[in-house]
Design a protein around this ligand. Sequence first.
Ligand code: ADP
Ligand code: MG
Length: 288
Amino acid sequence: MNHAVEINNLTKNYNQIQALKSITLSVPVGAIYGLIGPNGAGKTTLIKALVGSIKPSSGYINILGLNPLTDKWALRRKIGYMPQSASLYEDLTAKENILFFGKAQKVENIKQKTDEVLHFVELSERANDLVRNFSGGMKKRVSLCCALIHQPKILFLDEPTAAIDPHLKLQSWNLFRKLANSGVTLFISTHLMDEALLCDKVTILMNGEIIAVDTPQKLIERGKTVITYKDGGAIKTSTIPSTPEGLANELLKLGLKPTITEVSTKPDTIENIVLNIIGIKQNLKSNT
Ligand SMILES: Nc1ncnc2c1ncn2[C@@H]1O[C@H](COP(=O)(O)OP(=O)(O)O)[C@@H](O)[C@H]1O
Ligand SMILES: [Mg+2]
């Protein structure tokens, strides 16, 4: 398979702190790849290593055939990076900020491209307003424009939806999906477990270690579904694995009984499943 990003045995120590412990993963081209984990998991450290802004302690990174440390400038032209805290000039307008980043990347037709990205994030009307007066969500969108202005092949977005309201969060994910559909690979970190469902593939990171790599569908299947039914007037429940086969078998069993008059199903939420996976790992550690 064609990979946009390949990481092998990557470690990063900050003095005594092991922020990344032997990370190995690969990201397919054109995918939305989610890096999910609680605060302090190592998400920002991993993204910074991938974009070449910190030097790993050991290991190997290949991004579109380039090494982030030795091919820094060639890489910068091919990737976009949106840091966790927007690094914008507060005293410039949205448009001026984007032009600034575009000029640094020597973008051609820069004015037209700037208008296009502003339109893409639905900020055209605020183009000439100072960033200082923008809400957190709007700053994130300007920051996304700065990361997009040179039409990168891979976008690294560090918690792009943290602290923005649910409506805008959904709007942002619609933009990410549009970008992925146009062939851009997105590497997105988040501490919001429910965003796992919006990715094509997910890595769960915890204390600098990968504890699961899966598709959202397969993560869901690690959970349980509670089936509640009314049998001859009595309410009963049964718990089954959240797999399509598990559900089909159980419903088949229940459906054969004429005394059953109502059935409802409630699968585990993705948050619970991820928290369970994290919890199991922590328990295993404290027992060893
Ligand atoms: N510059 C630094 N110096 C020392 N420790 C750091 C530094 N940056 C991050 N860390 C530590 O590395 C770990 C991972 O941090 P980080 O990558 O920021 O996690 P996340 O982005 O998932 O919240 C944390 O324990 C954090 O305190
Ligand atoms: Mg972080």
